[in-house]
Design a protein. Structure first.
Length: 116
């Protein structure tokens, strides 16, 4: 059970730091005590489902990061891109989709421009 608590701790802390939030700010946004967030990040305790749900939403954590056994690639750029996409409305996503596909096609083609 400890491995799951540590995995949750790592995911929560990483997400919080990527968003530039303090533990206090997360606690406030989740309407919970800061000790709850501290304990969660240290792999202690067993957060209530309601609290876990709020933390996942506030920190914009993809729930698959918590429940999939496969290791995440850890790429900050991919994580940031996913966060941005997840914040899009359906209309925004529909507008962006052809642009993303075109850029990926260009990047993946042998005659495409190398972007550094």
């Amino acid at each position: 059970m400890q491995q799951y608590a540590q995995h949750l701790a790592d995911v929560v802390k990483t997400a919080r730091l990527e968003l530039g939030l303090t533990q206090e700010e997360v606690a406030e946004r989740c309407d919970t005590d800061v000790r709850t967030i501290i304990n969660m990040e240290k792999g202690r305790g067993n957060p209530k489902l309601e609290t876990l749900f709020k933390v996942v939403r506030v920190l914009k954590i993809d729930a698959r990061e918590l429940f999939e056994d496969r290791p995440q690639d850890g790429s900050p750029s991919i994580h940031r891109a996913c966060l941005l996409i997840n914040e899009c409305s359906e209309d925004e996503a529909a507008t962006l989709l052809p642009v993303i596909e075109a850029v990926l096609t260009a990047l993946r083609s042998r005659s495409g421009i190398t972007i550094q």
